[in-house]
Design a protein around this ligand. Structure first.
Ligand code: C5P
Length: 304
């Protein structure tokens, strides 16, 4: 996690907050606590937000600025929740000025808010006198959001439970995917995670835990390619309402032999781009033609 720290002095630290995609997301049950049981493989991306945290000596609270995204400068922001939890659990009481350079679109399934929260914990841990262990940071992050713990794991992450039971994927497998090009694209609409899960619960369209475990196991053993692993159970919940997804996915598959997937609860999607791929302008044009010029498109890559 420490490699996310881009620079630091004794009272200022800059931390990268990567976006994520779900290479695999199987939803296996609705639990008694209202959450869903899942099995997921998550990859972090070179595209992300940047957090600058400045330590003040007066204990006068947390001050968040988010230039260009002033509507995010409020106590609902997970950065606040993360900072509050860190101060509570360490017992430290200095003030923090946090500047968030926001790039990851919200309500996109790219984990922006969760990643910002975990990077806040990393930054405060660097500046504070108390250093919580990586295990303690993961435990804290689970209290912020289901996606958060995956950002506390280096390399590709395998997540279970409601997302909080995490481990790194075999590093040799993760290494193969380092630098893998990813094209992200998102329609000009965002989705609420809770709403998408609710829709899935109505349909009860779950995978079995056995099937999910088998797929991930086969992939980790090298018996399944990453392209064949790609899966997202939340697609059915979104695609039945948002009818423009399927035709574009089918066109991408047919014209470019690529496998598009939605990330998390959407609305963003991705395609893994092979090294030898020569049709990027045509692919981007197809996406923009289908979903309009206000559709967001970004080429990035998988990092560790
Ligand atoms: O954990 P987080 O606050 O990010 O989750 C947002 C919402 O998404 C939850 O309130 C829940 O409705 C849904 N969710 C779920 N099962 C999960 C994760 C999220 O049902 N494993």
């Amino acid at each position: 996690m420490r490699h996310r720290i881009k620079s630091h002095t004794s009272n200022e630290v800059e931390v990268f907050a990567p976006a994520k995609i779900n290479l695999f997301l199987a939803i296996t049950s609705k639990r008694a606590d209202g959450y869903h049981g899942l099995s997921s493989v998550l990859a972090k991306l070179a595209y992300g937000d940047v957090l600058r945290v400045c330590k003040r000596n007066q204990s006068d609270g947390i001050n968040l600025s988010c230039p260009g995204f002033e509507h995010l400068e409020n106590s609902e922001n997970l950065v606040f929740r993360a900072a509050t939890l860190w101060f509570e659990s360490t017992g430290e009481s200095w003030g923090a000025d946090i500047k968030l350079e926001k790039r990851i679109p919200s309500m996109a399934g790219l984990g922006g808010g969760s990643s910002d929260a975990v990077s806040t914990l990393i930054a405060l841990n660097q500046l504070g006198a108390t250093q919580l262990s990586p295990k303690e940071l993961i435990h804290l992050s689970a209290q912020i959001g289901s996606d958060c713990p995956s950002f506390g794991v280096d390399g590709l992450c395998f997540a279970e439970g409601r997302g909080e039971v995490v481990r790194s994927v075999d590093p040799s497998l993760a290494e193969n995917l380092l630098g893998q090009k990813v094209l992200l694209f998102r329609p000009s609409i965002g989705f609420s995670t809770a709403e998408v899960y609710k829709k899935l619960a109505e349909k009860k369209n779950y995978s079995t835990q056995g099937w999910a475990a088998e797929r991930v196991h086969a992939w980790e053993k090298g018996e399944l390619t990453t392209e064949n692993l790609l899966h997202n159970d939340l697609e059915t919940a979104v695609f039945s309402k948002h009818l423009y997804y399927r035709p574009l996915f089918q066109q991408i598959e047919k014209e470019f032999s690529l496998v598009p997937k939605m990330s998390g609860s959407g609305s963003a999607c991705f395609v893994l781009i092979p090294e030898e791929f020569e049709h990027m302008p045509q692919l981007k044009e197809l996406i923009l033609e289908a979903w309009g010029d206000d559709c967001w498109v970004k080429l990035t890559q998988i990092i560790d």
